[in-house]
Design a protein around this ligand. Structure first.
Ligand code: COA
Length: 332
């Protein structure tokens, strides 16, 4: 047998820079309530959401991704041609193939490896884990991870359970080599028994075969998702702390998927997070942007001084699949 040369990477990986793109159009609850017989008060009380952003025609998945990526690259001090791989987490790039990532790579001016991953709201944290492993294994030195959604394209404005929740935006990070561990072990998994809890309402083949084809949209069993997220995900978050070798009182920042403020509150209580831990609340004016929600929330906390360089942050994302991933990271 001929011996092959093995790849070898950096001892450790870290997030080197964070970027975000928030669509221009701010949509208050008053714009969505009539079609779902709801009220601003109900939406704020049940979810925490006051406003969200909906992308306009030119704010496409690639356009928002490129804007967030440029900001992340600038923050990291890395040029696009130093990126070896681009991972894009999304469920709302409405071209089955090719990937959004290859177009984003081209628009950034690089021929880096590029592919999309489909893990719904958990996609970004999956991407960060892959990127960290790639940097450590040596298949890439710098990896750009993007979480991006235009959920307004696949949300029905008349669906009471989702119309007020889902929204649009993009977030990105650069993952690269580090002298010390900056991305802790991932805790991830899937619970396919509940595949139906959050899903596209119709398979494309059924849509095409229908006499009255309609754009498919997301549907969700809200209460079941709520219970799963609030209770099961607190255990996953705790396990991510344990695997990183830290306790809750060593945490500075908690950045959970921005699904619902009440889910965040329940998780924080179950984990007995001390009051000193600063908690992301981007959902209030971003809504639930699925794969984009964790990097958007992190970027905002950094921009507002709530998350500072060197802080220890717990990330957790969860959603359709059901899929989840959590890790502790150092804020760049
Ligand atoms: N506006 C006003 N009232 C509404 C409503 C809406 N959009 N949707 C439901 N209601 C009403 C129901 O009719 C019901 O009324 P009733 O008590 O008179 O029968 C009541 O509110 C409770 O309905 P329910 O479906 O049990 O609501 P809920 O308390 O579970 O809240 C969600 C709904 C969607 C806010 C909540 O389930 C949730 O946040 N789930 C998780 C969603 C999520 O995070 N998804 C993303 C994961 S990635």
């Amino acid at each position: 047998m001929t011996a092959l040369t093995a790849a070898s990477g950096s001892a450790h990986a870290a997030i080197l820079g964070v970027g975000a793109y928030r669509p221009r159009r701010v949509v208050p609850n008053s714009e969505v309530v009539d079609a779902i017989d709801s009220s601003d008060e109900w939406i704020q009380q049940r979810s925490g959401i006051k406003t969200r952003r909906f992308a306009e025609d030119d704010e496409t998945v690639p356009m928002m991704s490129v804007a967030a990526s440029k900001q992340a690259l600038d923050a990291a001090g890395i040029a696009a041609d130093q990126v070896d791989c681009i991972i894009v987490a999304t469920v709302s790039h409405l071209m089955q193939t090719p990937s959004a990532a290859s177009l984003i790579a081209h628009e950034l001016g690089t021929t880096a490896a590029a592919f999309d991953i489909s893990a719904a709201c958990a996609g970004f944290c999956h991407g960060v884990s892959l990127a960290a492993d790639m940097v450590r294994a040596g298949s890439s030195r710098h990896v750009l991870v993007v979480g991006v959604e235009r959920l307004s394209d696949i949300t029905s404005p008349t669906d009471r359970g989702t119309a007020f929740i889902f929204a649009d935006g993009a977030g990105a990070v650069v993952v690269g080599p580090s002298d010390v561990p900056g991305i802790g072990p991932v805790v991830w998994g899937s619970d396919g028994e509940h595949y139906d809890y959050i899903r596209q309402n119709h398979d494309w083949r059924d849509v095409i075969a229908s006499d009255d084809p309609q754009m498919p949209h997301l549907i969700m069993e809200g209460s079941a998702v709520f219970r799963w997220a609030a209770f099961e995900m607190a255990k996953v978050a705790q396990e991510a702390l344990d695997r990183a070798g830290i306790t809750a009182d060593q945490l500075d920042v908690f950045v959970p998927h921005q699904a619902n403020n009440r889910i965040t509150d329940t998780m924080a209580r179950s984990m007995k997070l001390p009051d000193t831990v600063r908690i992301a609340r981007d959902i209030v004016d971003a809504g639930n942007t699925s794969a984009a929600s964790v990097p958007l929330a992190l970027e905002r906390m950094m921009a507002e001084g709530e998350a500072r360089s060197g802080d220890t942050a717990l990330l957790i994302a969860f959603g359709a699949g059901l899929a989840y991933a959590a890790q502790v990271v150092t804020v760049p």
